[in-house]
Design a protein around this ligand. Structure first.
Ligand code: 2P0
Length: 332
């Protein structure tokens, strides 16, 4: 029997954003961040250690991937192979569960699921905190997808890889939900990695971004302790906008927005003005995510459907952390 590991990881949306690395090789961020794990979007991944293979093989949604994509996976698997002191090549099969209209194909769930599956296959048995430091080195935001609910990613110290990890902050079972407004689901033109670097190097607002993200995080953790949804929402919206303002200050300016992003933001503002608390955030793409109370979701959805098509309005509950899948739970 060849050793095999299978794992599910959900994607996450940052409420306090990560936008920039102080060490690109180790994926060490400029500031700590905080996210909400989402139930509706996830990746299932299996890894088989196979002595008969001469190189890693990577299938995504049953499509064999090329050299460039496979190299990223190989580099990531090498972290585990080094730790386990093995050289065995791997067959990796990944399935993304993202409503096709969402445009949220996420490296966060992908690398988190791969980390969980490889941890199983190698028998390394790393604890979740250590696993989050491994996931981080596939994609920064993946470090947070190890856990469910509200999750903090500690920026850590200096160039010390082990010091930068995620921890669960709150299970977020106090009436929290999110609605994704899918504006455009095409591939983004500028990767986060390149966008971050360009912002650090050229935006005069970058140091203020890091300062305010740090103080926003402190305030947000206080709001979470108090279960103060309004403050949580206000800080989420403010922090996301500040990240985008910092990008606009880059040279050349970076904008992921589209006309319908503005339309969605305006729609949410109008709903809020009717007395329903709901707040927007956006990432490295034009889609708008709405943080709201789960108990208000139906009402907000109905109002959004006046302006957007049903397939563009995707509600989701709070998601859980990584889950190892058994043979019988693997339905592919
Ligand atoms: C975040 N984003 O905190 C921020 C907000 C997008 C905007 O993390 O280079 O795919 O692989 O570490 O994690 C998206 O960037 O970038 C991201 P890498 P990643 O969620």
């Amino acid at each position: 029997m060849k050793p095999i590991g299978r794992c599910r990881a959900h994607t996450n949306i940052a409420l306090i954003k990560y936008w920039g690395k102080r060490n690109e090789e180790l994926f060490l961020p400029m500031n700590s961040s905080l996210s909400l794990t989402l139930d509706a979007f996830y990746t299932d991944t299996s890894v088989t250690l196979d002595d008969t293979l001469s190189s890693d093989i990577f299938y995504l949604d049953d499509v064999l991937q090329g050299d460039k994509e496979t190299l990223k996976i190989t580099n990531f698997l090498n972290l585990f192979r080094t730790a386990a002191n093995i050289e065995t090549k791997c067959l990796v099969k990944s399935y993304n569960h993202v409503p096709t209209a969402a445009g949220l194909a996420s490296s966060a769930s992908a690398f988190s699921a791969l980390a969980g599956a490889m941890n199983e296959a190698t028998g390394l048995n790393l604890d979740l905190k250590t696993l989050s430091t491994f996931a981080r080195q596939g994609s920064g935001s993946a470090t947070r997808s190890i856990y469910g609910g509200l999750v903090e990613w500690h920026m850590g110290e200096d160039d010390i890889s082990e010091s930068s990890y995620a921890i669960p902050v709150d299970d977020a079972t106090w009436d929290i939900g999110m609605i994704v407004i899918a504006v455009n689901t095409g591939q983004k033109k500028l990767s986060s990695r390149v966008g971050m670097k360009q912002t650090i190097e050229t935006s005069p607002f970058y140091s203020s971004w890091v300062e305010t993200a740090t103080s926003d995080l402190t305030k947000m953790k206080d709001a979470i302790k108090e279960k103060d949804f309004i403050t949580l929402g206000e800080l989420t919206e403010s922090n996301g906008m500040k990240m985008h303002a910092t990008m606009l200050g880059a040279f050349p300016p970076i904008s992921y927005w589209e006309p319908d992003s503005v339309k969605a933001i305006q729609a949410v503002k109008e709903i809020r003005e009717t007395g329903i608390p709901c707040y927007v955030t956006m990432d490295a793409g034009p889609n708008v995510k709405v943080l709201c109370r789960q108990s208000d979701m139906k009402q907000i959805e109905e109002k959004l459907l006046n302006q957007f098509k049903p397939e563009q309005v995707i509600p989701t509950k709070v998601g859980s952390g990584i889950k190892v899948l058994s043979d019988s739970q693997w339905n592919y």
